[in-house]
Design a protein around this ligand. Structure first.
Ligand code: M6R
Length: 613
């Protein structure tokens, strides 16, 4: 999973590439590189400096020639081959004229490498990508122009790719193509661009277009034309982009993560805005699926990864309780390969902030192949998941840049719970007044998140006392369980400390053996219906020497007697608690990570959008 960018026909080629790569770093940052191309010559620079690779590339390019009008750039998240400079993109063919960047995985690379080596090609990296450079080299030698050479090369390739290829003997052309991995094209007068996503070229291009699977695009200064893999012309769909660059900047915060944590009240507010008609009917303007179809749903399956999976787990409780539908939650990467059963009336909901997570996309494709109707919950308008699904509900959290997802989670829970209420409305499993009361509570969440955020100082005070700790258990019951999972995920992602999320009732079936002095247990205790039970679990870990941090409702008078530290949050309906309880857990992870000197926006080994399986 990597970020790619390309520009052709620009007076600011180098600046465009470097700036774009800085914006694409969230996709990977093990190494970075660019190739500038002009007639008969390719200038290449590559660096492998871990999280500082793009910054190092900028330094490396200090003396780069300024008169190249075309080039490509790449920031890498290593899959095949260690994160070293030789494996950094762009890769070149034997002549050094063909340069290529790639996001994805060429699955049959070993067989192609073997064939190409036997025909005399010399490889300089151990990546899967380099085979494509040599395939294009052979096809060019047979007289094909760059578009046809890339097209024919891709016919030999299995796997996923967003790819861009240049050739110094056709220097005003970039050929780009996509299968599974994201790719957009941009245009401005006299210049064309490509990138993994829009923000990379947002302030350069004036129009943006989505490239679909198995489409190949030839970009030149005059614009672009697209064909399918057979060479038949195709039209790219223009994207509607409603963000400005400022939304992608930090807006005065130290980092994107703290900015995005602070934006959570707005994320929930915007996601819930205008979703109800005067008569109380819940509406999703973008949901292209009829009420009748929703009424006929017999079973719901949610597929997602990471934080989105935890939001999906919250939704299971809400849909089952309110709409009385049976719900399964599947880890997207497991769903596709376990021969899932899709009966008539199965609604599959793919939940993904980016809408580009390949595991989730593949899971929903599998579900569609087996006859399910698919609804996407996506934060990115026109994302791949949104485009492919039968229907979509957009969370309106705004652009999320930090690798650790925060505001997307609360927006996803809000959207999914609203959908659960819509299903209950259609199935008449709740009365009108019950739905009204719940909607009233849902609309208060934004303000309650703001209250939780205002107590940041309490969290920081706890964090300063815990900098020495190494082992954390996060426990909860009912929807407190996915909240605990999400709290543990945040902590491990950005502090690199060991943290496990557990259903509190399950502790006694094994993990209790690990509890001893020095272990920190973070207990989510806000669910009024489960309060006694969770207090018993807290007592069990206290008795074994754990230090307990409780997330507790403002009116909880018992918690002080059993917990070492209490982080207070406003009281709400139990089903809504994940959106509020997650706030002190995010802040705790953030505060500990800063205290430990971690790079919170760019944790090691991770990337924002995971476009490899
Ligand atoms: O874009 P998606 O919601 O599909 O991403 C899913 C996960 O990769 C993502 O939530 C990941 O777990 C985050 N780093 C969590 O903070």
């Amino acid at each position: 999973m990597c970020g790619i960018i390309g520009v052709v026909g620009s007076d600011e080629t180098l600046a465009t590439l470097l700036q774009g790569l800085e914006r694409l770093e969230y996709r990977g940052y093990d190494s970075a590189g660019i190739a500038l191309v002009r007639a008969g010559h390719t200038w290449r620079a590559r660096t492998a400096e871990g999280t500082e690779s793009v910054a190092a590339l900028r330094l490396e390019c200090k003396d780069a020639p300024q008169d190249y009008r075309s080039g490509i750039g790449h920031t890498r998240w290593a899959t095949h081959g260690a994160p070293e400079a030789e494996n950094a993109h762009p890769h070149l063919d034997c002549s050094g004229h063909v340069a290529i960047i790639h996001n994805g995985i060429i699955e049959n690379h070993a067989q192609l490498r073997e064939e190409l080596s036997q025909r005399g090609h010399h490889f300089t990296s151990v990546t899967d990508t380099e085979v494509v450079a040599h395939l294009v080299e052979e096809l060019r030698a047979r007289g094909l122009d760059l578009l046809d050479a890339v097209r024919h090369a891709l016919l030999r390739v299995r796997g996923a790719f967003a790819i861009a290829v240049m050739d110094a003997s056709e220097p005003d052309v970039i050929v780009a193509a996509r299968r599974i991995s994201p790719l957009v094209v941009g245009t401005a007068p006299g210049v064309s661009y490509l990138a993994s996503d829009v923000p990379a070229i947002l302030d350069r291009a004036t129009a943006f277009y989505a490239v679909n699977d198995d489409e190949v695009v030839r970009l030149g200064p005059e614009g672009f034309r697209a064909v399918d893999l057979e060479g038949a012309p195709v039209r790219l769909r223009q994207l509607q982009i409603d963000w400005d660059l400022e939304t992608a900047e930090k807006g005065g915060f130290d980092d994107f993560m703290s900015k995005e944590i602070a934006e959570q009240p707005d994320a929930v507010f915007a996601t819930l805005l205008d979703r109800q008609r005067g008569d109380g009917t819940i509406v999703f303007d973008e949901l292209r699926i009829s009420d009748q179809e929703l009424r006929e749903v017999r079973r719901v399956v949610l597929v997602a990864c990471g934080t989105s999976l935890h939001a999906a787990q919250v939704a299971k409780y809400a849909i089952e309780r309110w709409a009385r539908l049976s719900v399964d939650v599947d880890i997207a990467s497991e769903y596709r390969y376990r021969d899932p059963i899709v009966e008539i009336g199965t609604l599959v909901i793919g939940v993904s902030q980016s809408g580009e997570t390949i595991d989730t996309i593949q899971a929903t494709r599998e579900a569609q192949r087996r006859g399910a109707r698919v609804v996407a919950i996506s934060n990115i308008v026109d994302s791949s998941l949104a485009r492919e699904a039968d229907a979509v509900i957009y969370t309106r959290a705004g652009l999320e840049v930090s690798v650790a997802s925060t505001k997307a989670f609360v927006a996803q829970v809000a959207a999914l719970e609203l959908l659960a209420l819509r299903l209950a409305q259609l199935r008449e499993t709740l009365t009108t007044s019950e739905i009204e009361a719940l909607l009233g509570g849902l609309h208060e969440i934004s303000g309650q998140i703001a209250t939780a955020l205002s107590r940041r100082g309490d969290v920081d005070a706890v964090a300063t006392q815990l900098l020495h700790a190494h082992d954390y258990f996060f426990i909860g019951r009912h929807v407190g369980f996915p909240t605990a999972l999400e709290g543990a995920l945040k902590l491990k992602e950005i502090t690199y400390m060991h943290a496990e999320g557990y259903a509190a009732g399950e502790l006694k079936h094994g993990p209790l053996a690990l509890i001893e002095p020095g272990v920190i247990v973070v207990a989510v205790t806000t669910d009024a219906n489960m309060h006694e039970k969770i207090l018993s679990n807290v007592a069990e870990v206290k008795a074994r020497g754990a230090t307990v941090i409780a997330v507790a409702a403002d009116d909880d008078e018992q918690i002080g007697a059993v917990a070492d530290f209490v982080l207070r949050v406003p009281r709400t309906d139990p089903m809504f608690t994940p959106m509020i309880d997650i706030v002190p857990l995010q802040l705790l992870a953030y505060s500990l990570a800063r205290g430990l000197g971690r790079n919170v926006d760019r944790p090691r080994n991770l990337a924002k959008t995971v476009t490899v399986e």
